[in-house]
Design a protein around this ligand. Structure first.
Ligand code: PGA
Length: 247
């Protein structure tokens, strides 16, 4: 049985003062059925670590370098994230891919670097609106997934999390219907199963894209949706806790 996982992706939001209240609200919630985590901006990792240590909520980052160390100005390595006891790191988010030119191969190298550093990568895949309308959703997510399978091997996915995030649903208020999401999740699981059925059965596939308390229950009830990667709604404690409660 896959345990549901709800991860907040704060993106570039927050301040020491605002985070304190949000993290405190999360930390004070007793452990519930679903696992919870927040992926915060790098400068707030220490704050997340201090407040969430001994709570039921894990923490992590939103990106990681594919390199172990060296002259890579502005980059942060997996070992550095490990220094702050990060459990998770988001890899290949569509904003990294579209705004910062991250290529499929680079995302795959980041998955490998995260695993080598003892982190659990949350690999994001998803199609744009134009790609969906052109009927190429499956081709796009396959391409993004297959690069990682080739680069890291299918066993890497036994220590990773996959997130399906249709780009047209991110921050737009336009959520994929539970049926649309389930279809792609089942497709992804099937694709992993063709490489290794056991890995596919254990793999948690999160849905992301305008998840809110109001739609989370229906999404998480789908057989292949194992939780959510939540952006905007993770910045409001009550909303995020309600989403986790729905899982
Ligand atoms: P959203 O973002 O929930 O604000 O749509 C999701 C994400 O980008 O991970």
């Amino acid at each position: 049985m896959r345990r549901k996982l709800v991860v907040g992706n704060w993106k570039m939001h927050g301040s020491l003062a605002a985070n304190a209240a949000l993290l405190q609200a999360l930390a004070s919630k007793p452990e519930q059925g679903a696992e919870m985590a927040v992926c915060v901006p790098f400068p707030y990792l220490q704050q997340a670590q201090a407040v969430l240590r001994n709570s039921a909520v894990a923490w992590g980052a939103q990106d990681v370098s594919e390199h172990a160390q060296g002259a890579y100005t502005g980059e942060v390595s997996a070992a550095m994230l490990g220094d702050f006891d990060c459990l998770y790191v988001v890899v290949g988010h569509s904003e990294r891919r579209s705004l910062y030119g991250e290529r499929d191969e680079q995302s795959a190298a980041k998955v490998a670097a995260a695993l080598a550093g003892g982190l659990v990568p949350i690999l994001c895949v998803g199609e744009t609106l134009a790609e969906r309308e052109a009927g190429s959703t499956e081709a796009v997510v396959s391409r993004q997934l297959d690069v990682v399978l080739r680069h890291c091997g299918v066993e890497a996915l036994s220590k990773a999390v996959l997130a399906y995030e249709p780009v047209w649903a991110i921050g737009t208020g336009r959520t994929a219907t539970p049926g649309q999401a389930q279809q792609v999740h089942a497709f992804l699981r099937h694709r992993v199963a063709s490489a290794d059925a056991d890995v596919a059965r254990g793999l948690r596939i999160l849905y992301g894209g305008s998840v809110k308390a109001a739609n989370a229950g229906e999404l998480f009830a789908q057989p292949d949706i194992d939780g959510g990667l939540v952006g905007g709604a993770s910045l409001v404690a009550d909303e995020f806790l309600a989403i986790a409660g729905a899982a």
